[in-house]
Design a binder for this molecule. Structure first.
Ligand SMILES: [Zn+2]
Length: 319
């Protein structure tokens, strides 16, 4: 039987149209799940802005093996990243995911919720109450769009799946025999950060309150440098010995100390020039010169946005 020649063309056009609606392909690169302790693993994403090349995978999803289950921290920026995280878990255990923690509402950390809920509908997703309200109130759609635009469609198919339950500072949760203790300090990196202390493992997930040698230049206006300095003080009171930053490699307490010293130096420098009546624009090069020891940190060249945010915070405090 012969089809008229235009038929396959029409079919191809139909398939092409259908593809633009469908889900983008899985994560291409094979990222290692690094064993931090016997029961805690972290998949370190590249410390970059979301792009077509990295398919939006830029954070550090972690997972904790509890008794007969798995607890995930920050399942990533898309349904594709969430599925990649599930694949890494499946290579280690057949136990189900029973819970998820979202460290804050920036989309690169939690849009992977979708994949976890699809595979494990009974898994409970925890976050700070302000994040629960924000995402249930519809704020997640902005993050979906932002991520899809930044990756030129590499996260297509992702939808916002909000956390189920709120947890606040000093609350503890025992999940299948493992204690998860939460720390929150009002406005720090955002107004809804949770740091997750896996007590028996001595592992502290810091969210973006701490990055490893990397400047948080994405949305500095969401945070408070004072609050972030205090939040890191809380983290340093933990007995944890393994510190997992929101971006960059994991390590020990020195990661939090480095971040603390950087923020203290940054704040002091901006304050010094503010007191000399300089505008944020005028002080930018001087502040960058004061902080030259940090010039190798990722996104150092984007420090201008952070200086602007810190300047506005100091101005507000002064009035
Ligand atoms: Zn963030």
């Amino acid at each position: 039987m012969r089809f008229p020649f235009f038929f396959p063309t029409a079919l191809l056009l139909f398939i092409a149209a259908a593809c633009t609606e469908s889900k983008a392909p899985p994560i291409q690169h094979d990222y290692a799940a690094t064993r931090i302790t016997d029961r805690v693993y972290v998949i370190h994403g590249p410390d970059q802005n979301p792009s077509k090349e990295n398919q939006g995978f830029i954070n550090n999803p972690g997972f904790v093996l509890v008794r007969n289950g798995v607890v995930v921290v920050d399942p990533g920026s898309s349904v594709q990243v969430g599925e990649m995280v599930l694949g890494k878990i499946a290579a280690i255990t057949r136990d189900p995911v029973i819970a998820v923690f979202n460290t804050h509402f920036h989309g690169d950390h939690w849009l992977g919720n979708q994949a976890i809920k699809a595979a494990y509908p009974k898994a409970v997703i925890y976050a700070h109450p302000r994040m629960v309200v924000a995402i249930k109130g519809g704020k997640g759609d902005n993050w979906v769009k932002l991520m899809n635009d930044a990756t030129q469609g590499a996260t297509r198919g992702t939808v916002a799946v909000a956390p189920d339950l709120g947890l606040d500072n000093e609350e503890s949760l025992k999940l299948h025999g493992t204690t998860f203790r939460l720390y929150h300090n009002d406005r720090a990196h955002t107004d809804n950060d949770l740091m997750v202390d896996v007590v028996e493992e001595g592992v502290l997930f810091l969210g973006d309150n701490v990055r490893n040698k990397s400047i948080s230049a994405g949305f500095p206006e969401h945070g408070s440098i004072k609050g972030q300095i205090d939040a890191i003080g809380m983290a340093l009171k933990s007995k944890a010995t393994h510190f997992i930053p929101g971006h960059g490699q994991s390590g020990g307490r020195e990661i939090a100390l480095n971040q603390l010293q950087f923020l203290v130096a940054l704040r002091a420098s901006v304050k010094k020039y503010y007191d000399q009546n300089m505008s944020d624009f005028e002080m930018k090069d001087k502040v960058m010169a004061d902080l030259a020891t940090y010039k190798d940190w990722v996104f150092f060249n984007n420090l201008g946005r952070v200086i602007n945010a810190v300047y506005l915070q100091i101005e507000t405090e002064t009035f």
